[in-house]
Design a protein around this ligand. Structure first.
Ligand SMILES: Cc1cc2nc3c(=O)[nH]c(=O)nc-3n(C[C@H](O)[C@H](O)[C@H](O)COP(=O)(O)OP(=O)(O)OC[C@H]3O[C@@H](n4cnc5c(N)ncnc54)[C@H](O)[C@@H]3O)c2cc1C
Length: 522
């Protein structure tokens, strides 16, 4: 993973001359900003850990698994939001964790937490480093120093129960590594967020991630059957049975806990046999309202697509201009919807037929397979485009929310208005990426000409959008989580009493407050 951009450096793409000309004409993008430092040139604040601290950390995990070197601190300095990337591009001294520690066992995690509590060192659990909400910021919040606790050594398939369809996965496994281990045994998890190639099993659980196949396989939190969590107060092994009436479900406290309540070391997840058949079909709707009504009909009838998503008019047009075309793909106008079906051949055919009937009845026109295959082919590539846009002088960022079907059009209108008021002339694209019988998520992409201070420019737009979300019945986040960036809205989201409950839980499991301070809990 690149330290100052998304993903694999080999996949980075320059914008064409035509696209740059379009950005200038349509958005007033005036030219590329000065390039940021190389990794060797980046200046970090010096580590605040003493030699004695580093020796004590090494005594727990071994010399090879502690580092205060800039080369190790820099890649853990933050996540991959646009503000993170803009900060990485600064020539000024950057903040970073004071050291990186890589425990290999739960006992080492427990010993590290005890040591850090004793020495007043904050701990930021680190998975794949793909947070887009400031979840990995090295905030010290009154502690002497902060370390990044990297889970990458928890990388095994610990158990596969083929009879029950459950697997126990190490928290540090990335999406592809987990799928490869399961595929060797003929199974699949089916969790494909856009950050799939780099994000980890522990990170998915800690942020309540949602993948693109959520219509078929559910959100990641719905796949979780059990969790092992090391807290400063002890180890929890949660989830005894597929369902239970033994009081409130404590797994729910740790799903979405974002490293503030404990370190997740292993996750027991529902898995399924690798699907035997797959079918694709894309659809066109005259407008977003008609498309959204069609998706609602499909979800409320339960016709069973594995993937179903809808782009608005602007996103459909932009994707058409930028997506790599695959054999004979027809041109799309209006709003593009994509459906994918997975499972046994007969079930796939039956579910596709039911879904087709619902989409046709709702005014959709079938575009055949090609645009849906093209979407799948390029589904992990969009983040590279953000880097190219930033390089060219265009500010680009995404945000997301969810609400019920009745409120959805009003929320979409309010967020779009907030963004275009804060960023005059901005292009705002929107899609529905996850559907439920009672509502759906809305995912916005914003592109605007970069001003003198792009961090302040985005902060103002984000504030306006967050306020609009809360005022119009949305949740501050459907799947990106809270981190530092959404924390100002948490009291509105769960209420004063809700915040007091979260604080009480934190006091029970992390009395010294060392775990990821400044995130999630106000
Ligand atoms: C380009 C891009 C696309 C994205 N697309 C999606 C998407 O489609 N769907 C989606 O849901 N999200 C998406 N995200 C957000 C992000 O990928 C998710 O939040 C992901 O679940 C984070 O996993 P990670 O392993 O990278 O965790 P990190 O970024 O390393 O950490 C995220 C948070 O979880 C905590 N944490 C991590 N591991 C553990 C652990 N083992 N125990 C306790 N706490 C832990 C961290 O302290 C931090 O607060 C995207 C992000 C990017 C940059």
């Amino acid at each position: 993973m690149k330290w100052d951009a998304w993903g694999d450096p080999a996949l980075a793409k320059e914008l064409s001359v035509e696209v740059k000309a379009l950005l200038a004409a349509a958005l007033g993008v005036t030219g590329a900003p000065a390039p940021g430092p190389s990794a060797a040139e980046a200046v970090l604040q010096p580590s605040l850990l003493t030699d004695a601290d580093l020796k004590a950390l090494a005594a727990v995990v071994g010399d090879a698994h502690v580092s205060a070197a800039d080369a190790d601190r820099l890649p853990r300095a933050g996540g991959k939001s646009t503000p993170d990337l803009l900060r990485r591009r600064s020539h000024r001294p950057q903040d970073a964790p004071d050291a990186v520690v890589l425990p290999g066992t739960e006992d080492e995690v427990a010993a590290l937490l005890a040591l850090c509590a004793e020495r007043r060192i904050a701990v930021v659990p680190f998975g794949g480093g793909t947070s887009v909400v400031g979840g990995l910021e090295p905030l010290r919040e009154g502690f002497a120093a902060v370390v990044s606790l990297d889970l990458r050594r928890f990388d095994g398939l610990l158990d596969l129960d083929e009879t029950s369809g459950e697997a126990v996965l190490g928290a540090g496994l990335t999406g592809p590594a987990a799928e490869a281990l399961l595929a060797e045994r003929g199974f699949e998890l089916g969790h494909y967020p856009q950050s799939f190639r780099f994000a980890t099993i522990g990170g998915f659980a800690a942020t309540r991630s949602s993948g693109q196949d959520s219509a078929g396989y559910g959100r990641f939190d719905e796949m979780v059957r059990g969790l092992r969590v090391v807290t400063p107060s002890g180890v929890l092994d949660l989830g005894r049975a597929p369902a239970s009436a033994a009081g409130p479900d404590l797994r729910e406290l740790f799903l979405g806990s974002e490293g503030t309540l404990g370190v997740i070391t292993a996750v027991r997840v529902r898995v399924h046999p690798v699907p035997a058949a797959k079918a694709y079909e894309a659809w066109s709707f005259p407008d977003f309202t008609a498309g959204a009504q069609a998706l609602r009909a499909v979800e409320q009838q339960g016709t069973g697509p594995t993937v179903i998503r809808l782009s608005d008019e602007a996103e459909t047009a932009i994707n058409l201009a930028l997506t790599e075309r695959i054999g004979g793909e027809p041109a799309v106008s209006g709003c593009l919807a994509v459906t994918v079906f997975e499972g046994g051949a007969e079930q796939v055919a039956a579910r596709q037929q039911l879904t087709r009937a619902a989409l046709l009845a709702a005014g959709g026109s079938s575009l055949g397979e090609a645009p849906a295959r093209a979407w799948e082919h390029g589904r992990f590539n969009a983040p590279y485009l953000r880097d190219s846009l930033l390089n060219a002088g265009a500010l680009c960022e995404t945000l997301e929310t969810a609400t019920d079907w009745r409120q959805l059009p009003f929320l979409r209108f309010a967020v779009t208005a907030a963004l275009t008021t804060a960023l005059p002339g901005a292009l705002v694209l929107c899609h529905i990426s996850h559907v439920y019988p009672t509502g759906a998520s809305l995912y916005f992409t914003v592109v605007a000409a970069m001003g003198e201070d792009p961090l302040a420019q985005w902060a103002a737009a984000k504030r306006a959008a967050g306020d609009a979300i809360m005022a119009n019945g949305g949740t501050i986040t459907h799947h990106h989580a809270v981190g530092a960036d959404h924390r100002p809205w948490m009291t509105d989201e769960v209420g004063e009493l809700g915040v007091r409950i979260l604080r009480a839980v934190k006091a029970a499991v992390d009395p010294a407050g060392i775990l990821n301070p400044g995130k999630l809990i106000p």
